[in-house]
Design a protein around this ligand. Structure first.
Ligand code: 5AD
Ligand code: SF4
Length: 454
């Protein structure tokens, strides 16, 4: 009988969807080792933090949480605290000195070994660290325990080769490795067979996907993979994140418009509207090129929702460079944007750049961009009032359990009245009210042609 048998484990996930997916895989591994997963951290014998390093703030939150948990540790040493993911990879064993309450530190490539590391720590009472990158972890091969029964994440590749100058990801997740297309199709077929309606193909840069050779010997590119997945019966919707503008192929807009399951939404991080900043960021495109890509997408996929990521206050960002970002946002009119204050990360090229932007100014610029986008999002969402949208019902709304929550094809959040038994259904709704983040809907009275929501 293993040391972890019957122990209660809880996973707290920070960061992106890759981490959410990894947490599902970790939960699967722990259950295989006899653990019981609980959804209340207070009851856990084993508390796992699956961490993010992309910004300092994410790391600070984890440090705060570990300190709090350490204070709560009883005389039996419970809960055991394990830290895994990007922060483990970035800082390794040094974390044990900074956070003495930690018991296990497990790097991004070693996730399959996490249960064994936890067992070792429980058995010997010793601290266990493994952040080597010897055997790149192929977690997606394992099914894991999926959080939702309606939509699923499917990892198609790991790592990133782009080395954007601000970004720590290539250092903590390693080089790009694409999964074989046959394995991905097999996983999606299994999900469709088990009743999942929507899948999201995951990768740091899905457009540079190059999977194992197909019958004619070519490497399978992303558009070809989309076509294979689109052919799977039982599935209703396909999404994908994240796209890099430099790798969006000429064939992608046509593919989105032709393939009926592929949702009319692209998350296409622009990061900045200034060509000089984009050069310093090592992004390999200009603002003009970005606008061209969006124009082509909007031409070929009418109503496509375009969302983005933007960094405010990159090292040396001048007032003019900042204004170029404002202009680009006013020109493109994104359907949504995640806007971040630049955060210096270890190992990265930007950490060595002279930063003349004081913190106060970074905050001010962040605020300005958020306000600008809130106004745009609100206007775009409110333009949908009185129109019908197609929504995949996901389950109860966390804010109001008497309501259901779901997303439109354009990835907008919709809240509407319904029974929890409706989860997993595609429903036609009428938008009654909207703000910058949510559409408030009711069931459409009669079936009518549903337009793209966007
Ligand atoms: N500082 C601020 N934002 C960052 N991102 C990545 N690295 C940093 C950093 N050092 C943002 C980018 C990316 C998103 C996932 O996080 O906008 O697209
Ligand atoms: Fe980071 Fe750039 Fe890779 Fe995205 S594409 S993970 S921003 S290095």
């Amino acid at each position: 009988m293993s040391k972890t048998a019957k122990l209660k484990a809880y996973i707290r996930t920070y960061g992106c969807q890759m981490n959410e997916r990894d947490s599902e895989v970790i939960a699967g591994l722990l259950v295989q080792h006899g653990c019981e997963m609980v959804d209340d951290g207070e009851r856990a014998d084993i508390y796992i933090l699956n961490t993010c390093s992309v910004r300092e703030h994410a790391e600070d939150r984890v440090r705060g949480k570990v300190n709090l948990l350490s204070l709560k540790k009883g005389s039996g040493g419970k809960p055991l605290i394990a830290l895994c993911g990007c922060m483990a990879q970035a800082h390794g064993g040094r974390l044990l000195r900074a956070l003495p309450g930690l018991d296990v530190v497990c790097g991004t490539h070693r996730i399959p070994y996490l249960p064994a590391m936890i067992e070792e720590s429980l058995e010997t009472g010793a601290k266990v660290v493994d952040v080597s990158d010897d055997h790149p972890h192929q977690a997606p091969l394992r099914r894991g325990i999926r959080k939702s029964r309606v939509k699923a994440w499917v990892s198609i590749m790991r790592g990133c080769d782009n080395f954007c100058s601000y970004c720590i990801v290539p250092y903590v997740r390693g080089r790009e490795v694409s999964r074989r297309p046959g394995d991905i199709v097999h996983e999606v077929e299994g999900l469709a067979g088990r009743g999942y309606r929507e899948i999201t193909l995951l990768g740091q840069n899905v457009n540079s996907y190059r999977g194992g050779a197909s019958e004619d010997g070519d490497l399978c590119d992303f558009v070809r993979l989309l076509k294979m997945v689109n052919g799977i019966t039982g599935l209703s919707r396909i999404r994908f994140v994240t796209s890099h503008p430099k790798d969006v192929s000429g064939g992608l807009p046509g593919a989105i418009s032709r393939m009926e399951k592929v949702c009319e939404h692209i998350h296409l991080p622009v990061q900045s509207g200034s060509n000089t900043v984009l050069r310093r960021m090592n992004r390999n495109y200009t603002g003009e090129r970005y606008a061209e890509i969006v124009e082509k997408l909007r031409e070929e996929v009418p109503g496509i929702a375009v969302t983005t990521d933007i960094i405010a206050g990159f090292p040396g960002e001048t007032a003019r460079e900042f204004d170029d970002t404002v202009s680009l946002m006013e020109e493109i009119l994104f359907d949504g944007a995640y806007i971040f204050k630049y955060s210096e990360r270890p190992h990265t090229a930007a950490a060595g750049m002279e930063d003349t932007v004081p913190m106060g100014l970074k905050k001010e610029r962040l605020r300005k961009l958020i306000d600008l986008q809130m106004g745009i999002s609100r206007k775009k969402n409110r333009a949908l009032i009185g129109r019908s949208v197609e929504v995949l019902a996901e389950g109860e709304s966390p804010k109001d359990p008497s309501m259901l929550i779901g997303r439109t094809r354009g990835n907008r959040v919709a809240v509407f009245p319904g029974e929890s038994a409706d989860a997993g259904r595609i429903v036609s709704l009428m938008v009654e009210d909207a703000n910058a983040t949510t559409l408030y809907c009711r069931k459409a009275e009669r079936k009518r042609r549903i337009t793209n929501d966007q």
